[in-house]
Design a binder for this molecule. Sequence first.
Ligand code: G6P
Length: 368
Amino acid sequence: EDAEKGGYQHFMMKEINEQPKAIRETLQRRIGKDGKIKLDGISLTREDLEKFDKISIVACGTAYHAGLVGKYAIEKMARMPVEVDVASEFRYRDPFVDEKTLFIAISQSGETLDTLMSLREAKSKGARVLSVVNVVGSSVARESDDVFYTWAGPEIAVASTKAYTTQLVCMYLLALYMGDLRGTITEDYYKQVLKELKATPKKVQRILDKAEDIEELAKNLYNRDQIFFIGRGIDSAVAYECSLKLKEVSYINSFAIAAGELKHGTIALMEPETIVIALATQDFLMEKMYSNIEEIRARRAHVIAVTKEGSQISKIKSLEVIRIPKCMDEVSPILTIVPMQLFAYYVARERGENIDKPRNLAKSVTVE
Ligand code: G6P
């Protein structure tokens, strides 16, 4: 097993570090010589898209969080309505799905029972099924009309890292492809987002190269009882994944909420010992995040912001900041999650937890 860890102490750290390579692979498989996205083998034509009146994304755990980001991307780029459900809810709520639905299942293993059963339910109602899967030939892949593989390579650690970032890349590629077909984005925008995606492996590497900063932060915070994550827009979707990563490996009670919802309850919990990690990467929402951060700091809680280099928030005096490289707002989740994966890892390591196999959790949940 040690040999398979390639010199790392844990698979989780190995897989975090494999992300630049995995993302590059995902992109290379889907971008043709002409610089355009190719769906080889997947039939998604303009006529197909015209037949669908909505997209329904279903998944569990981390894959569900990738689905939340997918909704932002598809709605923005392809201008189609998207619903996202956790599979265990979808399958029991008599979902409104028919032959006009494009059903997208996201699953690393392709064996998660709830996701598989949801897929069958959607299929039986006539939906077209496209899946975003990592394990080639898995049940979800076999039962789908089309498969968009993530090509992340085997993921061993229970806490998902490279599967998530490659799922994000797939969702962006799908969103862009659909937007292009439907004429809801310009040629320039298409090229710009693709260029940004191609730049992510290097940017992720830059974050990894500064892992010691995150290790330091983890050493200061590892013995906390609870940590909050907040964000707006696409950052709120990432906040859920940050929180899940932290709690599954460190057992710290972490909680994520859309920053605008704080005032409807959660702000009541803010007191001097509280730690809040504020994801603030969206330029167009910066003013709003700024106010949220100030509201929390006014209760003397401690805020750590994750933001782009040079952002207005990174200049606030005495605010602890984790910087990610500059990027287009749309693709920031691929970067934002990386320091938070490292944070979860280092916190768990400081606490002496069994990082690759957290208690009570399984890599793939094939039972109800
Ligand atoms: C388990 C794993 C998670 C994963 C979820 C969904 O809970 O521990 O890491 O996100 O299942 O798995 P899937 O294979 O369908 O993506």
